[in-house]
Ligand binder design. Structure first.
Ligand SMILES: Cc1cc2nc3c(=O)[nH]c(=O)nc-3n(C[C@H](O)[C@H](O)[C@H](O)COP(=O)(O)OP(=O)(O)OC[C@H]3O[C@@H](n4cnc5c(N)ncnc54)[C@H](O)[C@@H]3O)c2cc1C
Length: 441
């Protein structure tokens, strides 16, 4: 039997903490689960003691603290089994995106992974999964074949489109942590062994041209090209090269599954602008995590996002007014290009059915509690200014941190699906055991 850690036990603090320090879990008990049996026992213990149950894999996406509850941590459940013939993977609850990419790459295969190798693969899929090859492969949630789940009654179920279609629909995109503890997923893999990808940094004096070029260029590129843009003032850190250290830059990232020759042709308009760094090249798929190269040190992070239907010259001007080189914005901004397979329905319907829009606009920053009101006011100015280009929707998976509201989350779904999700919740967790989940008001 695994440990049941109370606040006075050594190991409690290390076990409850995760990447995003803005949500601090103070559970009554933490259960470091190493097996399905541990998860079953923990859920039964919680219900016998009247405790709610929350789950944490890495802490990259918490939205509510699990205070006074039982927190199951899944990092030790890190098994990955690849079936290279069927092109599937079975991944346990604690597997991170990078480990999955590496395991699949040994067979010349790739999952629909996101940008960060550190993020938990299970919750990433449950939240939709906007992949780095999203435009060609679609949402990760459409590539989930089976879900192994421990529900509030302490039973392990294998949920598929055939066995429990309504629960399968809800689990895919309809609320991370809402319906039970997912102990494993079975997912599709894809025959992608290499790509033409990387990033180019542009200096502040080229920021406007880089962003305008990208906005226009996205209207012309094939589905095999996925890309994103980051607007950021880089931190003043000694290990950064001089051209980046403490400087405002625009980072354009590319992930193209076509040939290197064609890829070079496609990115030429950016090379002609004179980037200050350029890592765009042929690469093995296993190196995909280097494209965004997101920081890995835990921070108290706050973020907001909105889906945009277009990015015309006026939208670019608004964006630069709020987050350009001279704006002094207290946050970074990222734009991800949607469209392609991301705008089409999956083969099996899921709760992640709202798929309109061409871009995700995301803003985020690390902030101490005293800085949060000013940061939120700055977010509000940015998102109000860009609202005329918005669809009114959000990217569900990018909603995390303490500021997420149920109203924001609701805009990620089709009208009417909230009632359907609530009905599934009542059927599978009538006592609201899983009460600390994504987007809880
Ligand atoms: C740096 C960074 C990069 C990102 N890049 C992308 C990206 O490219 N594409 C994208 O779509 N998203 C991306 N995200 C968002 C990320 O996919 C979500 O926040 C995801 O939920 C994080 O999962 P986690 O397990 O790492 O985090 P955790 O905080 O451990 O989990 C988040 C929530 O998921 C639920 N949960 C976790 N494990 C289970 C389980 N086994 N069963 C049931 N519920 C569970 C819990 O409610 C938990 O609060 C990124 C986030 C960060 C911080």
């Amino acid at each position: 039997m695994t440990d049941y850690l109370k606040s006075t036990d050594p190991g409690y603090d290390a076990e409850r903490s995760g990447y995003n320090l803005a949500v601090e879990h103070k559970p009554e008990v933490v259960v470091p689960a190493a097996s399905v049996a541990d998860v079953v026992a923990a859920v039964r213990y919680a219900t016998a003691h009247g405790l709610g149950v929350a789950v944490q894999a890495t802490g990259h996406g918490p939205s509510r603290p699990a205070d006074g509850q039982l927190l199951i941590t899944t990092g030790r459940m890190d098994g990955i089994a690849i079936d290279p013939v069927a092109r599937t993977a079975r991944i346990e609850a604690g597997v991170r995106g990078g480990a999955l990419v590496r395991a699949a790459a040994e067979h010349g295969l790739a999952p629909v992974n996101g940008s960060s190798p550190e993020v938990g693969a299970v919750s990433y899929h449950l939240g939709g999964g906007l992949g780095i090859l999203g435009r060609s492969l679609g949402w990760a949630v459409d590539h989930v074949r089976a879900i192994e789940l421990v529900t509030a009654d302490g039973e392990l179920r294998r949920v598929t489109a055939d066995t429990e279609p309504e629960l399968f629909w809800a689990l895919r995109g309809g609320g991370k942590g809402t319906f039970g503890v997912v102990t494993a997923l079975e997912i599709d893999l894809h025959p992608v062994a290499r790509l033409y990808g990387g990033g180019m940094h542009f200096a502040a004096d080229t920021a406007e041209r880089a962003l305008t070029t990208w906005a226009d260029w996205t209207r012309t590129v094939p589905e095999a090209m996925s890309s994103s843009v980051l607007l950021i003032r880089m931190p003043d850190l000694p290990f950064l090269p001089d051209e980046l250290r403490g400087r405002y830059v625009v980072h354009v990232r590319f992930a193209y599954t076509g040939s290197a020759v064609e890829g070079e042709r496609l990115v030429r308009p950016f090379r002609e602008l004179g980037p200050i760094t350029d890592t765009v090249a042929e690469m093995p798929y296993a190196a995909v995590g280097t494209i965004h190269a997101e920081p890995t040190t835990p921070v108290p992070f706050h973020a907001r996002n909105a889906v945009l239907r277009s990015l015309d010259a006026q939208a670019v001007a608004e964006l630069l007014r709020h987050a350009g080189p001279d704006a002094g914005a207290p946050y970074l901004v990222e734009l991800r290009h949607l469209g392609g397979a991301l705008s089409r329905p999956g083969a099996v319907p899921s709760a992640l059915a709202r798929r309109d829009g061409e871009f995700v606009l995301y803003a985020g920053a690390a902030a101490e509690p005293a800085q949060v009101p000013a940061l939120q006011a700055a977010f509000e100015r940015l998102f109000s200014a860009l609202a005329p280009w918005g669809t009114g929707g959000v990217c569900v998976n990018f909603l995390s941190g303490p500021d997420v509201t149920a109203a924001q989350l609701a805009t990620g779904y089709l009208p009417g699906d909230a009632d359907r999700l609530a009905a599934v919740k009542r059927a599978v967790d009538p006592g609201d055991v899983f009460r600390t989940h994504h987007g809880r008001a």
